[in-house]
Ligand binder design. Structure first.
Ligand code: NAD
Length: 305
């Protein structure tokens, strides 16, 4: 798999190993960390765009490729769309080409839901909703989905795209833009104030990283599953509500500060995951409060370490 040293990828590696798979990871450690890859999985430190990728895939000859590696920061994609496309589009093409040459027949790709559908009044949003990505990141992720479909058609392979909602949980990096849950949790634990952009009534569909790893594991186990499936909870949570829940869990009485709204920020995002249920038998099993409790526990341990 690719991206196994990152936030989501490392949970996927843990889950696939627990399911008894043999796992090899390709990651250039741009945002990933070597120590997140368990010793039971082999790590190849290699960029997707490196000519060495072909030899790595040819040597491993995997039964299935799980493609998680990406330039995953929306803000970076806006500042440097060329770099974003080079990783997310050209990197994906390089991987698919390496798969074709090595005779790999199956690939699972983690794409994005919210950034692909953009602002819409169709909520929860199903997979066949028109795509209106509003950032270079959204465009590059959706473009890679098309290359996967095209690869499957040309090679007779099978591709499955999982469009993830807003993922949160242990190991999410609170630096940079990351997820609001990681940022609020680390700041609340440090006694720092939290800033909510705008009125805080913007919503997202927050899905726990363990449930995402479960979706990927089910995708790997479902040899016939192809196409696109949303992975989200179908529940909408405002930023204000998230802050209230986290402050209560951490024991902070102070309210959040409000800053200016971010221009162009999406107002609502909510995914319809009915297809994941019928195709993979997947449904989210971690209620928000339980996921937040696990996330806070992990951040507390990190602070002490
Ligand atoms: P992350 O930055 O923690 O993980 C990305 C991993 O890819 C890192 O380990 C990084 O080192 C590796 N990588 C980056 N560029 C690479 C390159 N050129 N060659 C090889 N490896 C490279 O981010 P994440 O949040 O874990 O995201 C994982 C995937 O899930 C991405 O594809 C992202 O688009 C998708 N996704 C994430 C979310 C979310 O809420 N975090 C939501 C929807 C989709």
């Amino acid at each position: 798999m690719t991206g196994g040293a990152g936030f989501i990828g490392s949970h996927v590696v843990d889950r696939l190993l627990a399911d008894g798979h043999s796992v090899e990871v390709v990651d250039n450690l741009a945002t990933g960390r070597r120590e997140r890859v368990p010793s039971a999985a082999r790590l190849h430190v290699c960029d997707l765009r490196d000519v060495r990728l072909d030899a790595v895939v040819a040597a491993v000859r995997p039964e299935i490729v799980v493609h998680v590696a990406a330039q995953a920061a929306v803000s970076r994609s806006v500042g440097d769309p060329h770099f974003d496309a080079s990783v997310n589009v050209l990197g994906t093409i390089a991987l698919l080409e390496a798969c074709r040459r090595a005779g790999v027949r199956r690939a699972v790709y983690t794409s994005t839901g919210g950034a692909a559908y953009g602002d819409t009044s169709v909520l929860p949003t199903p997979e066949d909703h028109p795509l209106r990505p509003a950032s270079p990141y959204g465009v590059s992720k959706v473009t890679a989905e098309r290359y996967l479909e095209c690869w499957a058609g040309l090679t007779g392979g099978r591709g499955l795209t999982l469009r993830l909602a807003n993922v949160y949980g242990p190991r999410q990096d609170p630096a940079g833009e990351a997820g609001v849950i990681a940022i609020f949790t680390s700041r609340l634990l440090a006694g720092a104030s939290c800033v909510v952009n705008g009125d805080g009534e913007q919503t997202r569909d927050y899905v726990y990283v363990g449930d995402v790893a479960d979706a990927v594991a089910r995708a790997v186990a479902s040899a016939d599953a192809t196409g696109i499936a949303n992975i989200g909870t179908g529940a909408e949570t405002t930023v204000n509500e998230l802050y209230r829940r986290l402050a209560r869990l951490i024991g902070v009485n102070r309210g959040a500060e409000h800053g200016p709204a971010k221009p162009g920020e999406q107002r609502r995002s909510l995914l319809d995951a009915a297809r994941a249920r019928s195709l993979l038998g997947w449904r989210p099993s971690t209620p928000l409060d339980e996921g937040l409790t696990q996330t806070v526990a992990w951040f507390r341990k990190e602070v002490r370490a």
